[in-house]
Design a binder for this molecule. Structure first.
Ligand code: NCD
Ligand code: ZN
Ligand code: ZN
Ligand code: ZN
Length: 424
């Protein structure tokens, strides 16, 4: 009988600064403690003892906002290249958005997309179903009852893709028939989404909130016990680019003026600061990258909304920790624990016995220059943070008990990514 692969991670440190060791049996975390006796595995050729030498151990990052461009737009990204970018940077699970070609607005399209991801992705994946401007409430019902997805994404402002919903009746139907609704909503559309959630919805997740102005709307709703209830909760997502970039950086060079364009657009430095303060007050639920790759030629030719993000999100946040802007505990909440909780992902997002072994080991002191000292795995081939000097870099990525990235290299022999499952 084939025996499970065993991995013992020795000498890690958790986000609280405590020593942590982990015994992985097959795809599951079997034991977590301060000291795991590895001697009983000495003669087991299926076992590997890995000394991670004091590195920071966290659950793998769960990025619930990415655009992997498959099917239909795969010259920008696909599930293979996008998931390699994730694996390298410490993202063990991504959620793909529905604005592909065709859009993920029918059950059939969702199943087709899943098939492609299963064939290609080296990390775990989940899918947000899409609300259509042509009213696809029946498809939403089919998807939710079949359990193929438990979330619906809608676009309430113009952005990349052809999915803008302007009809109030359709918006209402989506909120009535969906469970958690993720929205691209800017300015007044945020008020509208909060109202729809209160009157008809079962949960609202506001994507990529860019500014103090817009974030205040969401924070006020979160604090209001009529707008934010157990029956229809409100969640807030911010992106790394709205934390680290602003119009000043964008306007500083001709090139940045073209590259640093996305929806919602970058705002002022004071908005960056307000977002950071909100994070540290505990008012933000998640960091999602809005990984939205476009080729650099497309970006330079005409204003094109979206930028890549999965390859830099964790490193930027660890660098922010090194600069005293955020605690490691908060990073783990925003990037691992809360995404799993909000999307109701089964047995991921925490390092806990019985959970899937999605684990990363981070060298928090490693200094490196983005785009220079590292590869770019995303098919788009560029990053908005090129030449940024960061301290902190992912060193090892384990997905379902398999080491997919270590020593600066993606392990070409494993493909252990699986589709997420839901707790209810
Ligand atoms: C995204 C894209 O390119 O798919 N673009 C963007 O500017 N953020 C779409 C989106 O998330 O709005
Ligand atoms: Zn958007
Ligand atoms: Zn109510
Ligand atoms: Zn997006």
């Amino acid at each position: 009988m084939a025996r499970n692969k065993i991995i013992v991670l020795k000498n890690g440190m958790d986000v609280f600064g405590n020593k942590i060791e982990i015994l992985i049996n097959g795809e599951i975390i079997e034991k977590v403690s301060e000291n795991i006796d590895e001697s009983r595995f000495e003669n087991n050729e299926n076992a590997r003892i890995v000394d991670i030498e004091g590195k920071l151990v966290m659950p793998g990052v769960i990025d619930v906002h990415t655009h992997m461009r498959e099917p239909g737009i795969t010259y920008k990204e696909d599930f293979a290249t996008g998931s390699r970018a994730c694996a390298k940077a410490g993202v063990t699970t991504f959620y793909d958005m529905p604005n592909t070609i065709p859009a993920t607005t029918t059950l059939e399209n969702l199943l087709e997309k899943k098939k492609l991801a299963r064939e290609k992705s080296i990390v775990n994946f989940g899918f947000h179903f899409g609300g259509s401007k042509n009213d696809n409430v029946e498809e939403i019902e089919r998807v939710l009852t079949s359990g193929e997805s438990n979330t619906v994404k809608i676009f309430m402002n113009v952005t990349t893709g052809e999915m803008l919903i302007e009809d109030d009746e359709i918006l209402k139907n989506v909120f009535e028939n969906a469970k958690l609704v993720l929205v691209h909503a800017e300015h007044e559309m945020i008020d509208k989404a909060i109202e729809l959630n209160k009157n008809y919805g079962k949960g609202l997740y506001v994507c990529h909130i860019p500014s103090a102005d817009e974030l205040k709307k969401v924070i006020n709703a979160k604090k209001n016990n009529k707008l934010n209830t157990k029956e229809h909760p409100v969640y807030a997502e911010v992106t790394p680019h709205h934390l680290f970039l602003n119009t000043e950086i964008r306007e500083s060079t001709e090139r940045n003026r073209m590259l640093l364009r996305m929806k919602p657009e970058l705002r002022e430095k004071s908005d960056n600061e307000f977002l950071w303060e909100a994070i540290n007050r505990g008012e933000i639920d998640t960091i999602g990258t809005d990984h939205a790759p476009h080729l650099i030629s497309e970006k330079l030719e005409k204003i094109t909304f979206g930028m890549p993000g999965v390859e830099t999100s964790l490193a930027l946040m660890i660098n922010a920790f090194n600069e005293g802007k955020i605690s490691l505990e908060m990073i783990q909440k925003l990037m691992c624990e809360n995404p799993a909780k909000i999307m109701k992902i089964e047995k991921r997002g925490k390092i806990q016995e019985g959970y899937f072994a999605d684990i990363i080991a981070i060298d928090t002191q490693k200094e490196w220059i983005v785009g220079i000292d590292d590869t770019i795995e995303s098919k788009c081939g560029w990053t908005p943070y090129e030449n940024w000097k960061l301290r902190g870099k992912n060193a090892m990525t384990i997905v379902n008990g398999e080491i997919v990235y270590e020593n600066g290299k993606i392990n070409e022999n494993v493909k252990s990514g699986k589709e997420v499952e839901f707790c209810d």
